[in-house]
Design a binder for this molecule. Sequence first.
Ligand SMILES: Cc1cc2nc3c(=O)[nH]c(=O)nc-3n(C[C@H](O)[C@H](O)[C@H](O)COP(=O)(O)OP(=O)(O)OC[C@H]3O[C@@H](n4cnc5c(N)ncnc54)[C@H](O)[C@@H]3O)c2cc1C
Length: 490
Amino acid sequence: MPARTGAQFLEQLKDGREIWLNGERVEDVTKHPAFSGTAQSLAQLYDLQYEFPDVMLMESPDTGDLVGVTHLIPKSREDLDRIYRAIKLWAEQSGGLLGRSPDYLNVTFACFASRPDVWGRRGNERGAENIVQYQKFIREEDLCLTHCIINPQVDRSAPEAAQGAGEVSLHKVGETQDSIIVSGARMLATLAPFADEVAVYPGSSLRPEDSRYALAFAIPMNTPGLKFICRDSFSKARNVFDYPLSSRFDEMDAVAIFDRVEIPKDRVFLDGDTVSYNEVITDTNWRSYIVFQAMTRALTKLEFAFGLGHAIADTTGVNAYDHVQEKLGEIWSMVELTRSALVSAKAGAFEVPGTQGVYCPDERPLVALRATMPKWMGRAVELLKLVGGGGYMLTPSYQDMQGPMRSYIDRFYQAKNTGAERRIRLFRLAWDFLGSDLGGRNDLYEKFYLSDSFRMTALNYLLADKSQGQRLVDRFLAEPVSVESLEPIS
Ligand SMILES: Cc1cc2nc3c(=O)[nH]c(=O)nc-3n(C[C@H](O)[C@H](O)[C@H](O)COP(=O)(O)OP(=O)(O)OC[C@H]3O[C@@H](n4cnc5c(N)ncnc54)[C@H](O)[C@@H]3O)c2cc1C
């Protein structure tokens, strides 16, 4: 089947999935006020594939149909560039706010399917074949996936088996001839209400004795026994004038609960092998691919933040001051360093040994950026606050704009270079970026969506090639120090 349109995407969401919000089961996410805005935004991403087919679509290697470019298993730097452009075009539709747009898992599964040799280790040939077939399936059907790779927070200092008597973390509870049966929960599944399928794969390490937790699989969202409990909606269900971002880009985060869910064996990628569970993420180079996707989106978000800062400073005239210029220059520097790291990751891409010409971006600039980005995102928000000052509170609502105070608003909310309405829309947009419920959630997202940045930064130290620094230090330490060279005491 060729790439889907937005209408096809929306139609397939009406599948009886179990989504819970505020104590109620949501019957139809495309109609529910908490979800319909984001459902429409995602539908627009699917439609965009046909508006920009040269960027977004490619010929399927199996069927010849036009399918999404982000499913491509890269075989050259040019392929990486194609993938980059498709990710970027989608990211620009939300200013980088949709962290889990479908390309996130398209890129993930293209990476996984490129390494059946890794998945197939220790006799898991069937799991490896399943993941190769599954990647083709989601590419041909143009499916949207959510994923949940982390077990719930009960006691982070204890292993999975010790959390809530071993019953909380997702685990295997049985097996039939054709399926395995799983129970437990995973936090969090962003985009769950809007996804067609949920994927489970390793997100942390397991002890050898915890094999029942060593699972990787993917199933449809409407699989019996699968339930999702959402956090509060931040969409506000208000006019886009009031919340231009929350009303459209609340991608929602939900806890996934598996109550004796049957996973068909042709959808199981790993079952019980703790060694593979601890190896596949590293050995498939997933980190390189996913950070390449994530930093392309982050670049867009920083560009958006810079655009907001510039527009605000220009609107109120504060960009005449050098310390405001310095703050905006700081955001611009983040943009440029992010862009440069992506260029560097592409330039340093290499053919992965032992594969049929699969290309992998250079991990070093990407993981360096990954460690830094959560700090930059938080800093960009702080800088925007300092540039905009109390202007974020000069933000009457759509209802105010329609009401009897409008003539006062037009007079007292004007700005240096624009009228009241445009100024208010700009500041409301920026506030939705940095100060609304969604703004707060997005700050948390940037800090934790790929594990926490503290441990990622520590990991960079452990992974770092220390030889060059060590060599420079050793040159001095190897120098003989003679007693004569010391100054005599006089
Ligand atoms: C908005 C949002 C959306 C997300 N979406 C998804 C999703 O769709 N799919 C998905 O799989 N994941 C998702 N995640 C990521 C995931 O759910 C976790 O947030 C992430 O793995 C970090 O774990 P945690 O939140 O339990 O934090 P914790 O691991 O509990 O960390 C809390 C603090 O304790 C410290 N800490 C914890 N353990 C250790 C340790 N062993 N050593 C040292 N310090 C430690 C951390 O550094 C941190 O400061 C999302 C996260 C957020 C915030």
